[in-house]
Write a protein that binds this ligand. Sequence first.
Ligand code: ATP
Ligand code: MG
Ligand code: MG
Length: 383
Amino acid sequence: MNVLVMGAGQLARMMALAGAPLNLHVTAYDVNSAKVQHPVTGEIYPLTLEQAVAAADVVTSEFEHIPYPVQAVCEASGKFKPNSTAIKAGGDRRQEKALLDAAGVANAGYRIVQTETEFMLAINELGLPLVLKSALAGYDGKGQWRLKHLEDAALIWADIAAFMAGADHSLPQAIVAEQFVRFDREVSLVGARNEHGDTVVYPLTENHHVNGVLSVSLALPSEAALQQQAKQMFDAVARQLQYVGVLALEFFQVGDQLLVNEIAPRVHNSGHWTQQGADTCQFENHLRAVCGLPLGSTALVRPTVMVNILGEDAVNPAILSLPSCHLHWYGKTKRAGRKMGHINICGATAKELSERFSTLSALLPESSFPEVAEMATKLRERA
Ligand code: ATP
Ligand code: MG
Ligand code: MG
């Protein structure tokens, strides 16, 4: 089967790598250059979007910020999985919040804000601190502001207004003002739904962000009650969207309660550990779901840590001599802070994993991997 992916980044690349053993041929459409290309070699094919869509058996996506006209072409083909309602809900926080409310899943209190008057009203009604998020185009913590003190409101509004004025005007701009959640930790659930409505989910993954960007994900056997709570929320959201493919839910955990932070209608960075730690990786399961094949087991095979490589195109090759340590490069040009690759490291038990993670962290320079050593220490204390 031929699968066309909207977006030509690392997620399309890893789908292609996972699809090859199943004879699933993945082609990517780079929405920035409007070129159809091979997601691993970068070879360009002389095809228009319309021609590539016509030639594909299935059309899918690796990110949520796909221009609406491109989505319209995909949707009209009848082959777009997940559907464009799901992609748009991931790309527009207004639609995302409406979806979470409609699915009846807990999320942080919010107001949609377009004017300074609405902003002041939101502050009044929601209280401080607030997290202010651009409704459109946000990722890796970009397009966000924090308001802690009322006296900073005017200054922050000026910044937001300038941001909205400079943004793409083809879509109406707004921000979502959201109550700040004092969470105990952040976790995510990655799972897949097929066209019959069957779902499978991976164990909850614990995520650590540095400056709004995911740094480390940790997959251990999850606690049954929390896993069940997350699965129910996943099923509610996926059903609401008539979703087909891999979907990720990011949560704030407060005590033993989960609040959905946001959704990602695609394979997700916090699911990269599944390449070495799960029975079937998320990339294969996404392809299975969208191609109408049986879903694969999501069982945790061994505790795994994933470390993102940000802004570096080389690491100490000695890390490959560590047991169960795997390196995944994305073949991208180096840029400060850019996601360039990731490392998966596994252990038979949490204790073995924590020891290996400590050894690994000592081989990763603190300057390029901020807080990774601290996370390794924390895991060792817990294991
Ligand atoms: P991603 O790259 O995950 O798509 P994003 O830019 O869409 O990121 P969010 O996930 O909404 O942004 O926020 C980034 C991070 O900021 C969260 O992982 C969390 O650490 C923090 N954050 C976001 N919203 C809140 C909130 N309401 N309360 C507390 N912290 C928050
Ligand atoms: Mg996001
Ligand atoms: Mg997020």
